[in-house]
Design a protein around this ligand. Structure first.
Ligand code: SF4
Length: 227
């Protein structure tokens, strides 16, 4: 566990929660804000015993725990960690890039998840625009699993205007509509320390108002978040 955010009111809708940032990620997104969490190896900030002690102190105050990263599903012992946290009485939200649908399916079938926020990086055939893999086939399967799971979920896309165009966003939206995704959120990249420093200050224009208007009509819940 590379970091703990003691309180969030926005990452787990309707719940007071903390966020655990798990180190290690299979992707290398150009705009990644957490480059220090990309490698799973190296000194960790918190052992699971320390995390357990932290949660024990907070359990009368918090409803849930958000597992974020990095990418939580790269860890083969994630199921055990979630089970341990649930046993303490917390609900679980998972933030994931969706690249490992088999692992997501195991968590869904085990009824270990109460909320999932799934990142879509780019149109499925063009993942290379943003990250280190060429396509998002595994991510498409994760969306299918979620859409049939009964688990409450959202899909979100970070918009870096030098990487994704209005057309790319509408391509993503078109795919999500086929799966009847209920919640789609855009996170507008602003600036900051990121994996590719050459992209830290976008030079292109952000999405057109007409694109945002169309997306508001296309999804039951849609909004733009500042990132
Ligand atoms: S932004 Fe990309 S590289 Fe960074 S943690 Fe998320 S999935 Fe991994």
């Amino acid at each position: 566990v590379g970091g703990i955010q003691p309180l969030t009111t926005i990452d787990f809708p309707g719940r007071l929660a903390c966020v655990l940032f798990l180190k290690g990620c299979n992707l290398r997104c150009s705009y990644c804000h957490n480059p220090e969490f990309l490698e799973a190896t190296g000194p960790t900030e918190y052992t699971w015993d320390q995390v357990g002690a932290f949660l024990e102190r907070r359990k009368t105050f918090l409803d849930g725990v958000v597992l974020s990263g990095g990418e939580p599903t790269v860890h083969c012992n994630l199921e055990d960690a979630i089970t341990r946290i649930r046993t303490m009485g917390f609900e679980i939200a998972l933030h994931t890039n969706g690249c490992f649908p088999d692992r997501l399916e195991t968590l869904i079938k085990g009824k270990l998840l109460d909320y999932v926020a799934l990142d879509i990086k780019a149109p499925f055939g063009e993942y290379g625009l943003v990250t280190s893999i060429g396509d998002g086939k595994g991510v498409a399967e994760s969306i299918r699993l979620l859409s049939e799971s009964g688990v409450s979920y959202e899909v979100r896309t970070t918009v870096h205007p030098d990487l994704l165009s209005d057309g790319n966003i509408m391509q993503i939206a078109s795919t999500l509509k086929k799966y009847r995704v209920p919640r789609f959120f855009l996170q507008m990249f602003k600036h900051g320390r990121i994996f590719d420093p050459g992209l830290s200050h976008p030079s292109s224009a952000y999405l057109k108002p007409s694109t945002l208007d169309q997306l508001r009509q296309d999804f039951p819940e849609f909004s733009v978040r500042e990132n």
